[in-house]
Design a binder for this molecule. Structure first.
Ligand SMILES: [Fe+2]
Length: 193
């Protein structure tokens, strides 16, 4: 698909350039709206089935692109109406999370007791935002957050600095304060023409 090829080429040139990881990923996040606005990709996304399952343990990501040199991936996460995600982080990786369909509620947290490596951690909400298609959230290393379906079905296009599966994500329970660590959503390759 042309928009994916164009995006990947632009992201590769950002990663080949100068700057800190934060600066480069902020620049990559600024490239994501072009993907979210592509009518061809939006039409494809409309046909994808729910990948969210019943929660973090059964969630999968569609794998739309994997860069052979830099290792970044383009994923999609499809949530049915009411799809909720427990607060979590993406370990050491960078993520540009874009909404291509539906209305989402993005919540950010900070840890006020314990830590991501402990058995327990208490989180405090620091922001709570309702977002529409076209919105891109840049999630840095170890930042606790949750993206939930606010109304109806939602589809996200997610650019990750690293493919999930090799680093443990921390997953938090707001009530019990229990911390789990899991390798993140399983990757399900999708062929795009
Ligand atoms: Fe996330």
């Amino acid at each position: 698909m042309h928009s994916i090829v164009r995006f990947a080429a632009a992201a590769r040139s950002v990663l080949a350039g100068a700057g800190t990881a934060e600066e480069r990923w902020a620049e990559i996040a600024r490239l994501v709206p072009a993907l979210l606005g592509d009518p061809e990709l939006r039409a494809c996304a409309a046909g994808w089935t729910d990948t969210h399952g019943n929660g973090y343990t059964t969630t999968t990501n569609l794998l739309l692109y994997e860069d052979p040199e830099y290792g970044f991936v383009i994923n999609s996460l499809v949530k049915a109406q009411g799809g909720l995600v427990r607060p979590h982080d993406h370990a050491h990786t960078w993520t540009a999370y874009g909404v291509i369909e539906g209305t989402e509620r993005i919540v950010r947290y900070r840890i006020v007791e314990g830590d991501r490596y402990a058995k327990q951690a208490r989180l405090e909400r620091t922001s709570d935002t309702i977002v529409q298609p076209g919105f891109v959230d840049l999630i840095g290393p170890y930042e606790a957050h949750a993206e939930n379906a606010a109304s109806g079905r939602t589809v996200a296009i997610i650019v990750r600095s690293h493919k999930t599966g090799r680093a443990l994500h921390a997953i938090y329970d707001l009530e019990s304060c229990k911390v789990e660590r899991r390798p993140g959503p399983a990757q399900v390759p999708v062929l795009l023409e």
